[in-house]
Design a protein around this ligand. Sequence first.
Ligand SMILES: NC(=O)c1ccc[n+]([C@@H]2O[C@H](COP(=O)([O-])OP(=O)(O)OC[C@H]3O[C@@H](n4cnc5c(N)ncnc54)[C@H](OP(=O)(O)O)[C@@H]3O)[C@@H](O)[C@H]2O)c1
Length: 241
Amino acid sequence: MNLSNNKILITGGASGIGLGLTQRFIEENNTVIICGRRESVLNDVKAQFPSVITKICDLTVEAERIALYEWVKENHSDLNVLINNAGIQKWVSVSDAGFYESMKSEINTNIEAPLHLTSLFIELKSLTTVMNVTSGLAFSPFAKIPVYSATKAFFRSFTLSLRHLLKEKNIEVIEIIPPALNTDLGGVGLHDAHPSVADFIVAIFEQLKEGRNELTFGTSETRLNASVPELKAHFEALHSN
Ligand SMILES: NC(=O)c1ccc[n+]([C@@H]2O[C@H](COP(=O)([O-])OP(=O)(O)OC[C@H]3O[C@@H](n4cnc5c(N)ncnc54)[C@H](OP(=O)(O)O)[C@@H]3O)[C@@H](O)[C@H]2O)c1
């Protein structure tokens, strides 16, 4: 994709990885629209980057996904990039009391919402690019976040098919595959030990410039290229105590 002069919707673009993408795409001379549930967080980003366009939206609500699409179609019909970044992560065991409810919200946010948004936004004549944020856990799960890991494996699988399916519409599909990074995902402090979003953004923009369609960093590059025995060994090592 061209890195400049796009109009881009970034779901969850007000924090963490989404905010890193927002900042960099603004610096690269793009128009950026961000959405999320928390108005105050959206307003903070607007104060920092006045050109950003914000929209409050709960993507777990089907009607709000449709309303977001209708609003974009009405007001930003030249939108050409959709970035499915919003996601949640629950540290939960299958035997926990709240497992079923927690599982439903994770599947809704991490799978239903981006798939539904994709099906809506590819109707925009201007759309040229879909970017999906998956995870290094798509290749080998972490059992403390079992549903989250599985949603990312699902989303990667769907992304591979989507790339094939959208060729006929001339829509490029790019997968962003972060490793664990220092954001508030799953709860404040849980990811403090991991690399910064800033370093990750620098690395993936280099790969975008090279024309890659699977963007990785550190351990997610290793996972992407690992053999099945290597992935099994990684899983065993991660769960050895
Ligand atoms: N950080 C990591 O280690 C890591 C690793 C691999 C992949 N990822 C993926 O990267 C993406 C971004 O995560 P992050 O690490 O940047 O965490 P984050 O800071 O918690 O960002 C998640 C964003 O998603 C938005 N969001 C969540 N539920 C939403 C909903 N129902 N409707 C609208 N927006 C919603 C949040 O905004 P509101 O709360 O305001 O709605 C927030 O801005 C996720 O897909 C995550 O799975 C992260």
